[in-house]
Design a protein around this ligand. Sequence first.
Ligand code: GDP
Length: 403
Amino acid sequence: MRRFSARALRARGLARARGRFAGLPGNRAASRAPDTPYTRPVSLEIGIVGLPNVGKSTLFNALTRASALASNYPFATIEPNVGVVGIPDPRLDALARLWNSARIVPASVRFVDIAGLVRGASQGQGLGNQFLAHIRETDAICQVVRVFTDPDVSHIDGDISPERDIETIATELMLADLQTLEKAVPRLAKEAKFAKDPQRSAVADAAAKAQSVLNGGTTLFAGAAAAGIDLALLRELSLLTAKPFVYAFNVDEAELADDALRDRLAKLVAPAESVFLDAKDEAELAGLPPEEAAEMLAGLGLGEPGLDQLARAGFAALGLSTFLTAGPKEARAWTIKAGATAPEAAGVIHTDFQRGFIKAEIVSFSDLIEAGSVAAARAAGKARIEGKDYVMRDGDVVEFRHG
Ligand code: GDP
């Protein structure tokens, strides 16, 4: 495969990159790369990016309003550029009823507003490379894509084209990764040669392969598996296009009801997650008291706010899973990576729980609801005592025993 430097890639008008966007970032299987140990609470953080005037601030405004409403939850202090959204989970309501819990604590997703990603950003346009440092710290990237047309709101490239905007952003991220790799590949090769460590050689090899995937105009998330690259080896480089992607299509109300349009756009970015919402309506919804919000949702013909869908899509893109705990104090959903073991899950609640893990009593949510109580589930033989090798399943209701 012929290689292009970042500059050459740009000079060629990125025609190659454009021709190969069938597989945009978002391969779910790749996002489930093993990421042990699972000792720390999983704080899923999604960076929001998008071109100017696509509705990014409007959506972010909705997210921070939703955070303000959620402030009775024990979330960490919220910074101005962070919106925390709880993931609605009807299972928690059911558990809270069983235990008469004082409060409900859902799993949550943090959205971070990342300013400055415009065409040419990787070459210093706009805020230039400042945005890169912020994106590197996130677990996934959410691009807000403008679909709505409004003659009063101009588009930086003149007309409305979701396809072009998606390419523009992905291209900037690919160019940024190429810049990282241009420095890293020779350094890693040298290091591998002197270290004589097979692990370092594997990293150097993966970095070189990643460079050729990107030079071919494909993001790492889309192209790594086919190129035989284990993305876990490249984690130390924090490559941007290796992160899972979620697309938030900002549509107007008519477009929201247009199934053919939604289908076309979802296919364009598949297998990445896509969500369709009207950012203006979301901002309004997020500021309303629950009854009025429900009325507005019904009026819009929506089952739930787009923000909830967005939080769920982010959760799914990262291959996360939840287990549940309940008691008189709270009914709570905890976030773990899919595949976490019982002690790892215990460690999400408290590191002492993991260190002193003895066993876990587990009832699946559906068995618990069917039995009506933990005691009844025990009597029916549905409550299991699991040891340290148990792999958690989504919806396990758990009580940990620890020393
Ligand atoms: P940003 O530059 O991406 O942060 O875009 P803004 O959120 O500031 O939005 C730019 C303009 O578009 C503002 O005047 C918004 O009110 C408007 N806008 C945002 N979302 C929508 C939408 O869904 N429909 C319409 N018609 N206008 C919107």
